[in-house]
Design a protein around this ligand. Structure first.
Ligand code: GDP
Ligand code: MG
Length: 379
């Protein structure tokens, strides 16, 4: 995930580092020039003090001159030694000096424009882009960094900014909500082929592993073979399925499943529903009725992460028409981009609960926003 952006981030940080290194080089050059001037001045002073006196001594007494010369030699050696020590300590100081640079708005613009095109190409919603730009400015402009430290600093800021556009729901929080009612009714909606039925099977596995007894309502009475598909999963998982015939009213199936769960003391009812290739009026009316009759405790939108911006638009429509509480994005295992993952929770303001990461029942990954934001820098 996020393959598209990793290289861009690296490029932008490299450019900033090059720019800061250049600034630092210029600063060092200036310092050296200043120091050379000081040494030159010192030497002039030295000559002024010593030479006239030398000449006077020569004229007066040769013996004295020799003595003086010897004394001067000694003095000169000491002066030279002192001078050397002085230069050395300056060099040491220079070595130890940490150059710091202030990050400017144009530095941030450079980083942002580098990643913006990648985000746009990968269907990240515009509102998410705006937030990323705003937050990067807020976090970085005016901050002091060294050339070496800048990489870490900027990377951390990008990671934090990405993490801030994500909303997740922790596994424990989800389970504790499910515990609040028996049976806890979950309605699963989404377009055709999004991964609803597969995700319901994965959720059954998840509930079984956590000690909950689930039951499935075969609410997709529209698509051929959908009931059989669900029955195969249910048999493998040893979970009951409540079904009617094709063409039956899905609201009635949901109602029966809840009745069954009540009498059999099941913990969770998972209502599967039909999708359509488009979100049309029939689908919306059908789902509204299922929701009205089943009164779900949670409505989960399942979307195919491969469809990028489309899945975000679907989630918005389903939320407006039916109302959603959570998002699950399927096929994250084959989604190299991650645009939908970055956008969906910020746009819908509803958390991502899980990512579907494969075809097996275990391939349901609780969503961790910090980890996900970390993928933006490393695989
Ligand atoms: N690679 C991968 N395939 C998935 C995932 N979730 C579902 N699928 C596949 O997507 C296709 C459609 O899934 P399905 O559950 O029938 O979608 P529905 O029409 O929404 O019920 C099936 O072939 C599934 O195996 C996933 O997380 N990863
Ligand atoms: Mg299905």
């Amino acid at each position: 995930m996020f393959d598209f952006i990793r290289k861009k981030i690296k490029n932008s940080i490299d450019s900033i580092q090059k720019k800061l290194s250049k600034e630092e080089e210029n600063e060092i050059r200036e310092d050296i020039k200043k120091e050379e001037e000081i040494i030159k001045q010192d030497q002039n002073e030295l000559n002024k003090d010593i030479l006239p006196q030398d000449r006077k001594e020569i004229k007066e007494e040769v013996k004295e001159i020799k003595k003086e010369i010897a004394a001067l030699d000694k003095e000169k050696t000491e002066v030279n030694k002192a001078k050397e020590e002085h230069t050395e300590s300056k060099a040491e100081k220079k070595k130890k000096r940490v150059f710091s640079h202030s990050i400017t708005e144009s530095d941030v613009d450079m980083i942002y424009s580098e990643i913006k095109s990648a985000l746009l190409e990968n269907n990240v919603a515009l509102s998410v882009l705006d937030k990323i730009h705003y937050d990067l400015n807020k976090k970085l402009v005016g901050e002091s960094v060294s050339v070496i430290g800048s990489k870490n600093y900027i990377e951390t800021a990008i990671k934090e900014v990405i993490s801030d556009v994500l909303i997740g729901c922790e596994k424990e929080e989800f389970l504790s909500r499910v515990k609040t009612k028996k049976p806890f009714v979950i309605l699963v909606i989404g377009v055709n082929g999004a991964g609803k039925t597969t995700t319901i099977a994965k959720l059954c596995k998840f509930f079984l592993l956590n000690g909950f007894k689930p039951v499935i309502a075969a609410g997709d009475t529209f698509r051929a073979a959908s009931i059989e598909q669900l029955e195969i999963h249910a048999k493998r998982l040893n979970v009951p399925v409540i079904k009617h015939t094709y063409g039956a009213d899905p609201a009635a199936v949901a109602f029966d499943a809840i009745k069954h769960a009540n009498s059999a003391k099941e913990d969770v009812v998972l209502i599967d529903t039909a999708g359509r290739s488009d979100i049309n009026k029939n689908l919306i009316e059908e789902l509204k009725k299922v929701k009205r009759i089943s009164k779900p405790d949670m409505t989960i939108f399942v979307g195919d992460s491969l469809t990028g911006n489309d899945v975000v638009k679907q989630a918005e429509i389903f939320d407006k028409e039916i109302g959603i509480d959570m998002n699950i994005l399927s096929k994250a295992d084959v989604d190299k981009k991650g645009g939908a993952v970055l956008s969906i929770s910020y746009v819908t303001k509803k958390p991502i609960l899980f990512l579907g990461t494969g075809q097996n029942y275990e391939d349901l990954l609780p969503f961790d926003k910090e980890k996900t934001a970390g993928f933006i820098l490393n695989d």
